[in-house]
Design a protein around this ligand. Structure first.
Ligand code: LMR
Length: 414
């Protein structure tokens, strides 16, 4: 069977990290993977997380025991409150089923398995699959996660490269034409890769069209706190979807990651939430049991360390306050770097319009640079970003922003 095993190309995002790590030029700049860096270009352990780690290590019941299959209950309950709000009606009405996941990817994988198993459209065709629509473009991993779960993956128009804005009309038309019962994957905030979210008015139109046409919304929320620094503002769209009561069973699905907003990338900490449209204890318990079986068969039970740290950050009043501050530190530094990059490009009179870089939100900017310009930036200037022109703005700092602007200026003029 060995001939069946073909060599695959490197992962589009982790491949950049590997290439950049091998580059020995001291001026190199990594704008590839979405991981926050401080003003010195170094990974940042959030002060709130550092304090939580100290508390955890000093506590008498610190150990490395197994967590329960669906994860640490204190963590999943606190995580639900972060994303749905302290005053969430769905929580007080006991309509939220939450389990711990291996960060955002693990949560999306659980969501994919769950819909692949339980939301196959009724049809005479035995091979019929649930269909999921993802934005064009989207995070590179989305498509392979859902294909791996056996879903049919389709795209909805999202980004207009010429006007650097949303293709809202075609987006809504695609929702209207999709087969009833399709799943729509929505980036809750800080769209990856474009950094361009719908406005509140556009969200209302999108979410109503999803409901009117009998589809199911699945929110991927990996950057809560990165768009505005406010957890509530960044969760506006998904809270609106839930509060609107627009969706029948199974309601709204939410994938949540703490990789970015707690800076705990390698600890794989996240949650998956199913928000049922109405209280139904039996259904709540059945969904929980099915998700638990999926978890048990794949990872047995989730890792404990990140869950314990995030629980401390969220529950300890002083740490919680510090975390809010940390979110502002990260989001405002990124915003500052966007401004500095645009100011520098304007100072150099770089051909083209660059103001979209400050309009886009979150970790990334969809710069509009072409694949060949991206390649030239890597080869000539040791500046690395995704082939589609996505730059992780968190990789910029006062020490490299001028160099990056000058290099962009040079490749654009060629
Ligand atoms: C990214 O888009 O760069 C991040 O979400 C990291 C990853 O896992 O791809």
């Amino acid at each position: 069977y060995s001939e069946n095993i073909k060599q695959l190309p490197p992962d589009p995002l982790f491949g950049i990290k590997t290439r950049c790590a091998k580059d020995t030029r001291p001026e190199k700049v990594d704008l590839g993977i979405g991981a926050y860096r401080d003003d010195q270009g170094k990974p940042w352990i959030l002060p709130s997380v550092r304090k939580a780690e100290k508390l955890l290590h000093e506590s008498d019941d610190y150990n490395h025991e197994y967590l329960p299959i669906p994860g640490l209950k204190q963590f999943t309950q606190l995580a639900a409150k972060v994303i749905l709000g302290d005053d969430s009606k769905a929580i007080s009405e006991d309509r939220v089923v939450s389990v711990q996941s291996l960060s955002g990817t693990g949560s999306l994988h659980l969501a994919g398995e769950f819909v692949a198993k339980f939301f196959v459209p009724k049809s005479s065709d035995e091979s019929s699959k649930a269909t999921i629509y993802v934005s064009d473009p989207t995070w590179a991993n989305h498509i392979q996660i859902f294909e791996h779960c056996g879903l049919e993956v389709q795209k909805y128009p999202y980004w207009n490269a010429a006007t650097k804005s949303l293709r809202i009309k075609e987006y809504v038309e695609t929702i209207q034409k999709a087969p009833k019962g399709s799943i729509f994957l929505l980036h809750a905030t800080a769209h990856n890769p474009t950094g361009m979210d719908p406005t509140e008015e556009q969200w209302k139109v999108i979410l109503k069209a999803i409901s009117d046409n009998g589809h199911l919304p699945l929110f991927d929320c990996a950057y809560q706190g990165f768009t505005t620094g406010s957890l509530a503002k960044d969760a506006w769209a998904l809270r609106y979807a839930i509060d609107s009561g627009l969706y029948s069973f199974p309601g709204v699905l939410v994938c949540q990651s703490f990789a970015k907003n707690c800076g705990m990338y390698g600890e794989r900490i996240g949650a998956f939430h199913v928000i049922l449209p109405e209280h139904n204890q039996a259904l709540n318990s059945a969904v929980f049991s099915q998700l638990s079986k999926l978890i048990r068969s794949e990872i047995s039970n989730p890792p404990g360390y990140g869950a314990k740290i995030v629980s401390l950050v969220l529950s300890h009043p002083e740490l919680r306050k510090q975390w809010q501050q940390d979110l502002i530190t990260m989001s405002s530094r990124i915003m500052g770097m966007r401004k500095d990059l645009v100011a520098e490009l304007q100072r150099l009179n770089t051909p083209g319009v660059w103001t979209h870089i400050t309009q886009q939100k979150g970790m990334f900017s969809f710069t509009g640079l072409s694949p060949s310009q991206v390649q030239e930036l890597a080869e000539k200037y040791a500046i690395y970003m995704s082939g589609n022109g996505r730059a992780s703005i968190a990789g910029l700092n006062p020490g490299n922003v001028k160099y990056v602007a000058k290099a962009i200026d040079a490749v654009v003029r060629e």
